[in-house]
Write a protein that binds this ligand. Structure first.
Ligand code: GLN
Length: 252
């Protein structure tokens, strides 16, 4: 009996220790396969696993919150969430409102077109008199670059990348600009869509943290640097992306 009580006590203490670990809330947009997506009701993917590894190293519990991509930076800046990890590109403009960790992966903006459509190369978008309707995910770098290059009137903004891809497959728009790994993942279900060879932009993915939270940035950077150095980050990326593409996706 005493033994059972002792075991129960140990088990309760262990449970309390877990429950007492402080929580870090991560905002993401879970429609960005293979970085974040749903498996049943759980958000999984490269970012979810790297975040879990960081939190484990730092002694935090991780809570992931699914949000619209465009609301992530304001949520970090206002302290509503502790950090955002969403295949998020480091840009000068975002650096005005948040800090970024060291980069853990490389992203490429690429262009999805209908197999037998008129756009065969990125240059076709810039051709004299061209006025294609380009689908993007609202608030992403694809949205920002396309709006700058082709004007607001030629850019249709969707809440998620898969929504934009579905509109393209249905013939409602002429192309979609999206990060290459999600683009590859989301065109898989449509045999009338293809990815152009030419890349629109190459970018660094990093974790966004509030400007004033320098302590958390330092902790996250330290953990992330260790996870990059010991091969954990590369291993996680390889789990979700085939080897030849993983080399491209790994941060330099
Ligand atoms: N890398 C792009 C950006 O940061 C898109 C990210 C995303 O859609 N989750 O804007």
């Amino acid at each position: 009996m005493k033994k059972i009580i002792a075991i129960l006590l140990v088990a309760m203490l262990a449970l309390c220790a877990v429950a007492e670990a402080p929580v870090l809330t991560m905002g993401t947009n879970a429609a960005f396969k293979p970085y974040e997506f749903y498996e049943g009701t759980e958000i999984v993917g490269i970012d979810a696993e790297i975040a879990a590894a960081i939190c484990e190293k730092l002694g935090y519990q991780l809570e992931i919150i699914d949000m619209d991509f465009a609301t992530l930076i304001p949520a970090v800046a206002s302290g509503k969430i502790d950090f955002a990890m969403a295949g998020m590109t480091v840009t000068e403009e975002r650096l005005q409102s948040v800090n970024f960790s060291v980069s853990y992966a490389t992203g490429v903006q690429s262009i999805i077109v209908p197999v037998d459509g008129p756009i065969k190369d990125i240059d076709d978008l810039y051709a004299e008199g061209a006025a294609y309707t380009i689908g993007v995910q609202e608030g992403t770098t694809g949205d920002i670059y396309c709006t700058d290059d082709f004007g607001d009137e030629n850019v249709l903004k969707f809440k998620t990348g898969p929504d934009a891809v579905a509109a393209l497959a249905a013939g409602k728009i002429d192309c979609v600009v999206l990060d290459n790994n999600p683009a590859k993942a989301y065109i898989e279900t449509y045999d009338n869509l293809v990815l152009l060879e030419s890349d629109y932009a190459v970018e660094d993915y990093a974790i966004a943290i509030a400007l004033e939270n320098t302590e958390l940035k330092e902790k996250i950077d330290a953990a992330l640097n260790e996870l990059i150095a010991d091969g954990t980050v590369a291993e996680i990326i390889l789990k979700y992306i085939p080897i030849e593409e993983a080399e491209e996706a790994a941060a330099e």
